[in-house]
Design a binder for this molecule. Structure first.
Ligand SMILES: Nc1ncnc2c1ncn2[C@@H]1O[C@H](COP(=O)(O)OP(=O)(O)OP(=O)(O)O)[C@@H](O)[C@H]1O
Ligand SMILES: Nc1nc2c(c(=O)[nH]1)N=C(CO)CN2
Length: 174
């Protein structure tokens, strides 16, 4: 068994019961061997980025402790997406669930199917705002800046709105 690492995930949904799908994805991840959910950000409603003609997303970020390697962790995230019947037709388009690996400790990976830190995370308000809540002091490897510094540079977008009743760690781990 390898040493447990801290990693950060970004989750999003903009089709169907968005909140339920995020909740179910988190519950399934926590039940997987080698993954323990340790912190959740607030839940945000966010305007779509990239492909604009699609419904608003719910997004949040999660901290996990994991003994899985980055490659096995990514495979597990993709499996959970499949279990939730993710349908994806358009790049950056609507999806029932999306789970991205944002950070894996202080590792930098540039593999064919896995880039860590996630290559677009420092330009995405729907990632940086929730991530800053739970990982503000963490340096984004290879960038020379912390999550908080990236988030501060972005200003305060109006289209990332915290929901009054977020998901709780207790709710998804018990
Ligand atoms: N850090 C990462 N997290 C998740 N997927 C990654 C990562 N790096 C590379 N990938 C690859 O990206 C592929 C496509 O991912 P996905 O469909 O979630 O992209 P997308 O959500 O449409 O766009 P984006 O990557 O901009 O969020 C995955 O199958 C995976 O192999
Ligand atoms: N607001 C928001 N926009 C997106 C999102 C997302 O999760 N939230 N995911 C995308 C696919 O990578 C593209 N655009």
């Amino acid at each position: 068994m390898s040493q447990a690492m801290t990693a950060h995930l970004g989750l999003g949904s903009n089709l169907g019961d968005r909140r339920l799908q995020l909740e179910e994805a988190l519950r399934r991840l926590h039940r997987r061997e080698g993954i323990q959910l340790t912190r959740l950000s607030s839940l945000y409603e966010t305007a779509p980025v990239g492909f604009l003609d699609q419904p608003p997303f719910l997004n949040l970020c999660a901290e996990i402790r994991t003994t899985l390697s980055p490659a096995v962790l990514l495979r597990t995230l993709l499996q959970v997406e499949q279990e939730l019947h993710r349908v994806r037709r358009v790049r950056w388009g609507p999806r029932t669930i999306d789970v991205d690996l944002l950070l894996y400790g202080d590792r930098i990976l540039r593999e064919e199917r896995l880039t860590v830190p996630h290559p677009r995370m420092t330009e995405r308000p729907f990632v940086l705002i929730p991530l800053a809540e739970i990982a503000g002091e963490i340096p984004v490897p290879g960038t020379g800046k912390t999550v908080h510094q990236w988030r501060a540079e972005m200003g305060t977008p109006e289209d990332v709105v915290p929901l009054p009743n977020p998901l709780t760690l207790e709710q998804v781990t018990t």
